[in-house]
Design a protein around this ligand. Structure first.
Ligand SMILES: [Zn+2]
Length: 418
């Protein structure tokens, strides 16, 4: 194995000499850590924070899962890797184009680059759509592995670099709507560290099922954080440098009496400018039609004949619950988003509000009357940045001089620990 560092998007990565494991706690708002720490259920994480390194960093905008996982995996903002949501509207064709596949990802990943240099690399995600993107370019015929707990029952050596994954992990296939989907990912990571050919680089990306459903001090959230913490402790015990990061935070989007605070922007725009003059895109959704609420803190608006962008922006700006609105160029510039796929207006709601398309596009039945918790805006940009080991001198200096982003985690974990 060569000891020459490998380079990606302006960052030089040394090849790890001991296992480095980064866990992305999906929707891991700092409030969950505080509540769990106050309840005394996360002793391992607290030890990392005390004896290693702990800070609050910022995720990229929009504060959604996909753009942030890709940023973490490439060490770069969306302007570099091209993924700014789950899908975008093609200006030429008017068609929705899915961004969650590997096709539009225009950067190599840290996994691909480090694995190519000879360090065995393992990537495990909760959901399969993320697995396809994160696994881009990773050579699974060379001992590297990339699979999801969602589809752990159908892994093949040819596509995932592992077969009989359920047997390997020693757990049944988890339900996609359960905390087990995340715990399975961590247990799989632990098995790899316990195995003969220990990987040197691992990325374990969880799902935010629990955080969408439960407030930080809910017994179910505390129970989940305890289960995570037990596993973080085990990863460290097995000799890994453990990095903990999140793709975005999570906030309650209800008024005091539990009423959902939702701005149905498409309905308001239709009323003001007329039908078919604007199109509101909710890039949090998995498909063009809304489901499971599909409500977040960030939407894009496309303007057609009859609705000028400047008029649309002036109409939306004073609305109650709107924190910020940008035109296309400002959005690209201010939020580090790729201009090509950006809309005419980007709308960001405040901490207590969600913004959606038309009321008819959002099915809230799946919430079962529970409180609405979501993300996408600036209010969910704060995420924990934790390492199990102390930083070396150079990175201690960087940490105090720079605005720390969640996508610096691999750089810090691989290059920056003492
Ligand atoms: Zn997420």
């Amino acid at each position: 194995m060569t000891s020459t560092p490998v380079e990606l998007n302006g960052v030089a990565y040394s090849l790890p000499e001991r296992p480095v494991v980064v866990v992305c706690v999906d929707g891991g708002d700092p409030a969950y850590l505080s509540a769990a720490a106050n309840s005394g259920v996360i002793p391992n994480t607290q030890r990392f924070m005390r004896e290693g390194f702990s800070a609050i960093s910022h995720c990229v905008m929009p504060s959604f899962t996909c753009p942030n996982n890709i940023s973490i995996a490439t060490g770069s903002p969306p302007t570099v890797h091209g993924i700014s949501g789950n899908f975008y509207l093609d200006r030429e064709t008017g068609e929705a184009v899915v961004m969650t596949g590997p096709e539009l990802l225009c950067s190599r990943t840290i996994f691909d680059v480090i694995a190519s240099a000879g360090a065995r690399t393992v990537v495990i995600t909760a959901k399969d759509k993320l697995r396809k993107q994160l696994g881009k370019g990773l050579d699974v015929s060379a001992g590297n592995v990339c699979f999801s707990s969602q589809c752990a029952d159908v892994c093949t050596l040819a596509e995932h670099g592992i077969e009989n994954a359920l047997e390997f992990v020693g757990r049944p296939l988890p339900d996609i709507y359960s905390e087990d989907l995340s715990l399975f990912v961590l247990d799989a990571g632990i098995r790899f560290l316990e195995s003969q050919s220990t990987p040197l680089l691992m990325y374990l990306s969880l799902t935010d099922y629990v955080q969408h459903k439960y407030a930080p001090d809910h017994p179910k959230a505390l129970e989940f954080y305890k289960a995570l913490d037990d596993r973080f402790g085990r990863l460290e015990e097995l000799g890994a440098v453990v990095g903990l990061i999140a793709d975005h935070g999570m906030k309650d989007k209800c008024s005091g009496d539990g009423e959902y605070n939702i701005i149905y922007l498409q309905d308001l725009l239709d009323e003001r400018f007329g039908k078919n003059t604007t199109k509101v895109i909710c890039p949090i959704t998995d498909a063009f039609v809304g489901h499971h609420g599909a409500l977040g803190g960030f939407v894009r608006v496309h303007c057609f004949d009859g609705a000028k962008p400047e008029d649309v922006i002036a109409f939306i700006r004073p609305m109650n619950g709107i924190e910020a609105i940008y035109d296309r160029a400002q959005a690209a510039e201010t939020l580090d988003l790729p201009y090509d796929t950006e809309a005419d207006a980007v709308v960001i709601s405040d901490e207590n509000y969600c913004v959606g398309a038309a009321k008819a596009d959002h099915d809230l039945a799946g919430l079962n009357g529970e409180r609405l918790r979501s993300h996408g805006g600036f209010s969910e940009q704060d995420v924990p940045f934790i390492l199990s080991r102390r930083l070396n001198e150079a990175y201690t200096e960087r940490a105090s001089a720079e605005r720390l982003r969640n996508y610096h985690i691999f750089d810090f974990a691989v290059n920056g620990t003492a």
